[in-house]
Design a binder for this molecule. Structure first.
Ligand code: 2HG
Ligand code: ZN
Length: 477
């Protein structure tokens, strides 16, 4: 079990990063103590900001020796409290902020080696400078860091075409709990030399090692794109349209996002500069995007034809295809601002869940019935990545309702939603991870053998339990 660091250990840790590499004043450490959703408020004696993998190695060697808990921290955009220290005031925070260099970019090899503290936007910009695409796409890309994207196996709005973060990794550099460095920064597409060790650290939320750099997969940059906003009656019709577009456009569909009318209404109301170009009469809206590296792919033509046919046979209501980059950006802004609008609207109960794509309509119908029964006065706002079967089944309080009282309903609603998701063959965490938020749920819902394997890995790689204790797995087992 980790212990409280004494003054000698703290001094040694400061020495490992040198002047300018640590923070301890309450005002300076405050931003590291609360998660984005303000669910957790922790404490720490020290925030370390190493600027090289060697410094991370030194820090972990000291913490391993002295049994000090370490909480890796990225852009603090996570939804499950995975990067927030606990309330004990004994856990040291390891901010990756200063490790943000591009180490290598190889356009011919379609690979980019970048450090963990670079933001996702910086990774995308680096790829773009080499006329390549790094396709992970999230609303928080300006703040979210690559290390956090890897550690949570982030998803986002282009998973349908490119996969999740795990699918976008060729190699990793990881510092292990005892300070040894795993140098697996390969850029190989094929490497069948035993276990895929690097894969263990992806989605591990800093509980098995600290990722310091990654070799990421790049892709050809889109040279043609067509973006549309579509209004329609229900998620069943949305699935029909997805099927039609998959047949017509194959892999060119990169985004297929769904929003209920209330999400669009709240976003237009709460977020400046957002507008809905469609008639508000539709119950559901889709953001659809096709992309191709081929400038002559004629995607606008293709999308127009498919949407016209879908409108003619009654699958969809009205639709608009962006006629300019500005129009396409406005459509994206509408979708990407939904979480912010929800935050401004008041407290919300969030369920980041996935089911087989075909089960999404049932999830929405049965989940909505559950929420109406169990959270009187709540507003269901279920939106997200329909193309991946990933719904953010969220319930917001009505304006003026007492937030604390509203949130207490979560104790009843959450297990009921997770039971439903399990019945439908889904997952209780699609893309946001487990963090601290879902530790208990994972402990009692995961397959016991899988959980035993996870615990065995944790014991092997972090025998003193110093790495992000209390995240993903319960401590003390
Ligand atoms: C998104 O898809 C994010 O916009 C946030 O994953 C989801 O706020 C949420 O529940
Ligand atoms: Zn999402």
């Amino acid at each position: 079990m980790p212990r409280s660091p004494d003054s000698r250990t703290l001094a040694e840790l400061k020495g490992a990063v040198g002047a300018g590499g640590w923070l301890e004043e309450p005002a300076d450490v405050a931003p590291y103590l609360t998660d984005l959703r303000r669910l957790y408020h922790g404490a720490t004696p020290l925030v370390l900001q190493p600027n090289a993998a060697e410094q991370v190695a030194r820090i972990l060697a000291i913490c391993h020796r002295d049994r000090v808990a370490v909480v890796p921290s990225g852009g603090n955009t996570g939804y499950c409290g995975g990067a927030t220290p606990d309330e004990s005031g004994t856990q040291v925070v390891l901010s990756m902020r200063r490790m943000n260099r591009v180490r290598r970019i190889d356009a011919a090899d379609y690979s980019l080696v970048i450090e963990a503290g670079a933001t996702l936007a910086e990774a995308r910009a680096a790829a773009e400078r080499a006329d390549r695409l790094f396709p992970l796409s999230l609303g928080s890309e300006g703040t979210a860091q690559i290390g956090g994207n890897l550690s949570t196996n982030a998803g986002g709005t282009a998973v349908l075409r490119y996969g999740m973060m795990r699918d976008l990794v060729l190699g990793l550099e990881v510092v292990l709990a005892d300070g040894r460095t795993l140098d697996a920064l390969k850029s190989l597409r094929k490497d069948n030399t035993g276990y895929d060790v690097k894969s263990l650290f992806i989605g591990a939320e800093g509980t098995l090692g600290v990722i310091t750099a990654a070799c990421l997969k790049l892709f050809p940059r889109p040279a043609d794109a067509a973006t549309a906003l579509v209004g329609l009656a229900s998620p069943r019709e949305a699935l029909e349209l997805l099927g039609r577009l998959r047949t017509a456009a194959g892999d060119q569909i990169s985004t297929f996002e769904i929003m209920p009318r209330i999400a669009v209404e709240l976003t237009v109301r709460h977020v400046q500069g957002v507008a809905n170009p469609l008639d508000m009469g539709s119950a559901w809206f889709l953001l659809v995007e096709l992309t191709s590296p081929n400038a002559r792919a004629r995607l606008t033509e293709l999308l127009t034809r498919e949407l016209e046919e879908a409108a003619m046979n009654g699958t969809i209501g009205d639709a608009m295809i962006a006629a300019s980059l500005a129009q396409s950006q406005a459509m994206w802004k509408l979708r990407e601002s939904v979480p912010e609008a929800q935050r401004r609207h008041g407290a919300s109960l969030k369920h980041d869940v996935s089911v087989p794509v075909s089960a999404i309509p049932r999830l929405i119908e049965e989940g909505t019935a559950l929420a109406q029964r169990l959270v009187p006065g709540g507003e269901v706002i279920g939106y997200g990545h329909l193309g991946d079967g990933n719904l953010h089944f969220n319930v917001s309080q009505r304006p003026g309702a007492d937030a604390e009282e509203f949130l207490r309903h979560g104790k009843v609603l959450e297990p009921a939603v997770f039971d439903l998701v399990e019945r439908l063959g889904g997952s209780i965490s699609a893309e946001h991870g487990i963090g601290r938020l879902k530790v208990q749920e994972l402990a009692h819902r995961a397959d016991p053998v899988e959980l035993a394997v996870m615990r065995a890995l944790k014991r092997t790689l972090d025998p003193h339990g110093i790495l992000n204790p209390g995240k993903i797995l319960t401590t003390g087992e």
